[in-house]
Design a protein around this ligand. Structure first.
Ligand SMILES: [Mg+2]
Length: 369
């Protein structure tokens, strides 16, 4: 097994002829060649046994890791490779955003079956296209790739020959005042960035007709599942506004519950900004209703945060609309930790309990079928 941070030996092939498979070393060299490896807070990137991180005085290092597993987090016959690369970096960046951290560097470990490193029909290989998506988002957020690992993946895939593609991304960030899930106070107002349910709605459309999404090989607005936009700039601004924060990766009903549990509080929802794609879905049941998609769909990678009612929260932060969706409440015996006012705040509608039903949305939408 070779590491991206390993020094290459001399005399190795740098380029691979069309139609052949990249050797592991060639793959590492091609990734290293393309990677921006230095940045603020990085003393040394790729090229030795470890990268070296140099936080500024008064800063802490935030670290997070996320698996992206074929047939769990993506399907090769549904997702363009660029989208897989984008999404696996976006997940970690979103976690940094939720802590109010500035990205410092990423480490990428890839396990790939041999057919994904082969160029197909004269075009780039799956892994080259994966790296296109990864590096495009990395460049947008100035995140250097400071190390990683590659290996051949064993096992059988549901499509084609060979094993499954697996990626693990570690993100490191620096933060002066981290935003924790535990900081909310009773009476704090609850806010979310952007709109909710769009990613789950696009996943339904992808499931129905994957062919029509094949050409989406670069980050484009309006594709919240294939190309979610991590809210790094918003997270940095929240340090001076918010009392707690979390990113909406698993779905509002699950992620707000984490804030409730860590802060020892309950929550009441009175409003939900629903993504236009979720409004367009023909509802067959709760899971496909606009409210169900917004509450439980997951993977919107928006931020949820709480702030004191005395804090003036702008209607937009870093160009992203901010919506107040509810209020943190003291816990009360016999009352669900999260309740939603069904007819909105002004109508004084009745409160219904909201159970956490997010997270395993791929199973819910039969990704593995
Ligand atoms: Mg998170």
């Amino acid at each position: 097994m070779l590491s991206v941070s390993m020094t290459d030996s001399k005399g190795q092939k740098l380029t691979t002829p069309r139609g052949t498979r990249l050797s592991e070393l060639s793959l590492i060299r091609s990734i290293r060649k393309r990677a921006q490896t230095s940045g603020r807070g990085v003393a040394f990137g790729i090229g030795d046994d470890c990268a070296l991180i140099r936080p500024r005085a008064g800063e802490q290092i935030a670290a997070t890791t996320d698996f992206s597993l074929e047939n769990v987090h993506f399907r090769r016959d549904w997702h363009p490779p660029e989208s897989v690369g984008h999404r696996c970096l976006a997940r970690g960046l979103s976690d940094l955003a939720a802590m109010g951290a500035r990205p410092v560097g990423a480490l990428l470990s890839l396990a790939l079956p041999p057919d994904l490193t082969a160029s197909g029909d004269g075009g780039p290989s799956w892994v080259e296209r994966f790296m296109d998506g990864f590096f495009a988002l990395a460049a947008a957020h100035k995140v250097p790739l400071i190390g990683g690992d590659t290996a051949q993946s064993p096992g059988q895939s549901s499509v084609g020959e060979g094993g499954l593609a697996l990626a693990d991304v570690v993100l490191l960030g620096s933060v002066q005042r981290p935003l924790l899930r535990s900081g909310a106070k009773a009476g704090d107002l609850i806010y979310v960035t952007g709109t909710l349910g769009g990613a789950a709605a696009e996943l339904l459309a992808l499931e129905r007709d994957p062919v029509s999404f094949r050409g989406l090989n670069a980050a484009t607005d309006g594709h919240p599942h294939l190309y979610p936009e991590p809210r790094i700039a918003v997270g940095l601004r929240l340090a001076s506004l918010a009392t707690s924060a979390i990113d909406l990766s698993d779905g509002l009903s699950t992620d707000l519950r984490h804030v409730c549990e860590e802060s020892g509080l309950a929550a009441e929802i009175h409003d939900l900004p629903v993504h236009s794609l979720a409004l367009e879905v023909e509802a067959k049941d709760w899971a496909t209703s606009a409210v169900g998609l917004a509450l439980d769909g997951g993977e919107d990678y928006e931020l949820l945060f709480t702030a004191s009612p005395r804090t003036k929260v702008p209607a937009k932060i870093a160009g992203v609309p901010i919506h107040c969706i509810g209020e943190m409440k003291p816990t009360r015996r016999g009352r669900a930790p999260i309740q939603m006012r069904v007819n909105g705040r002004k109508a004084g509608g009745r409160l219904v309990p909201v159970e956490p039903q997010g997270w395993e949305h791929f199973r819910q939408y039969k990704l593995l079928s």
